[in-house]
Design a protein around this ligand. Structure first.
Ligand code: AMP
Ligand code: MN
Ligand code: MN
Ligand code: MN
Length: 296
C-alpha cells in the first residue's frame, strides 16, 4: 500500500462541490492520498461514479454522506461513513431532506427576487450537477452576475442564517440522522464541531454529552479551519467520551477558493492511521447486532 494521507470529508458536483466524483478520484491520486470519503450534502447521488472511478486505482474509496440536522436551534452536520448507499430507507430519508431543501430554495429565490436580485430556479438547476441544490449554487450565480465579489460576501450580506435572503429549511433531529446512518450499516461522526470559530469548549462538550447517547461514533478532529488549540480540544473530548477521531478538508472545489483536497490551505494532513482506526471500529461494530430501533 502506498504511503500517504487521507481525506474523509469531500463534496462533489452531486452537491455543492465543483469537481465530479471521477475528477475527485483523479485529484486524490495527484495528491497522493490513500483513502478518501465522498460526503455530499444530503445525497448519495455521486457514490456509484465515485466507486467506479476508484476501482481502477489503488485508492480506498469510502461511500459517505453529510446530513444536516437541527439541535437546540443550531445546525449540526453528521457524516456517515461506510454506508450502504443503496439502502431504500436511507434513500427515502435523503429524499425527504432534499424535499425540504427544494422548498427552502424556492422561498429563498422568491426573497432574493423581491430584494431586486435577478435569479431564477432554471439558472440554479442549470449550474447544479446533482440533486442536492444548496446556497453555494445561489451564491455562484449572484457572484457571476456581479452582485457580490465572493461567496463570503454573498453569505454575509444575503444568504447566511438571519440575512435578508435566508429562509430556514426542515431539518431532522440528530437522533434521526444517526439512526439512518446506522440503519444503512455506517458509522456517524459529528462534522466540524467547531465551525467558523463559533463553538466554545463548553458548548461542544455539552452537545457531545447530549448526542452521544443517540449513537454518535466519532468527531471530526482534523479540519482545516481549526486552530491548534481547537484540534487538541477535539482530540481530548474524543478521548474523554470514548469517540473515534475523523478528519477531512471539506473540499468543495472552486466553491471554496484556496482549499485543496488532502492539504486544505497548505499544511493540513489527516494521517492514514485515522482511517485505519475508523475502518477497524466499523468492522467490529458491523459484526455485532446493530443496536438501534427501526421504523418511524
Ligand atoms: P445549504 O446546505 O444549502 O444550507 O448551504 C450550506 C453550505 O453553504 C455549506 O455546506 C457551505 O458549503 C456553504 N456555507 C455556509 N456558510 C457559509 C459562509 N458563511 N460562507 C461561505 N459558504 C458558506
Ligand atoms: Mn457545502
Ligand atoms: Mn458541514
Ligand atoms: Mn461538508
Amino acid at each position: 500500500m502506498p504511503t500517504g494521507n487521507v481525506d474523509l470529508h469531500i463534496h462533489s458536483t452531486a452537491s455543492d462541490g465543483t469537481l465530479t466524483p471521477a475528477e475527485i478520484v483523479a485529484r486524490a491520486q495527484q495528491q497522493n492520498l490513500n483513502a478518501i470519503a465522498l460526503t455530499d450534502h444530503d445525497t448519495v447521488g455521486g457514490i456509484d461514479e465515485f466507486l467506479a472511478a476508484a476501482s481502477s486505482t489503488n485508492l480506498t474509496a469510502i461511500p459517505g454522506v453529510e446530513i444536516s440536522s437541527l439541535f437546540s436551534g443550531r445546525e449540526i452536520h453528521i457524516l456517515g461513513f461506510f454506508i450502504d448507499h443503496h439502502s431504500p430507507e436511507l434513500l427515502a430519508f435523503l429524499d425527504r431532506i432534499r424535499d425540504g431543501r427544494n422548498a427552502r430554495n424556492d422561498e429563498m429565490l422568491r426573497r432574493l427576487r423581491s430584494l431586486g436580485y435577478d435569479i431564477s430556479l432554471e439558472e440554479v438547476k442549470a449550474r447544479c450537477g446533482g440533486d442536492s441544490i444548496g446556497r453555494p449554487h445561489l451564491a455562484a450565480i449572484l457572484i457571476e452576475k456581479g452582485y457580490f465579489k465572493d461567496s463570503k460576501q454573498a453569505f454575509e450580506r444575503c444568504l447566511k442564517r438571519g440575512a435578508p435572503g435566508f429562509c430556514p429549511r426542515k431539518l431532522p433531529h440528530p437522533e434521526e440522522a444517526l439512526r439512518q446512518i446506522h440503519g444503512a450499516g455506517g458509522i456517524a461522526v459529528w462534522a466540524h464541531p467547531v465551525y467558523r470559530n463559533k463553538f466554545a469548549r463548553s458548548h461542544v462538550r455539552g452537545i457531545i454529552r447530549k448526542i452521544k447517547p443517540f449513537g454518535l461514533d466519532g468527531v471530526e478532529a482534523y479540519y482545516p479551519g481549526y486552530t491548534p488549540a481547537q484540534h487538541q480540544m477535539l482530540l481530548e473530548l474524543a478521548e474523554m467520551f470514548d469517540l473515534q477521531v475523523s478528519g477531512g478538508t471539506d473540499f468543495h472545489g472552486d466553491n471554496i477558493p484556496g482549499l485543496e483536497l488532502g492539504t486544505g490551505y497548505g499544511d493540513f494532513a489527516v494521517p492514514e492511521e485515522c482511517f485505519v482506526r475508523l475502518k477497524r471500529y466499523h468492522d467490529v461494530l458491523r459484526n455485532q447486532p446493530v443496536n438501534i430501533s427501526q421504523g418511524e
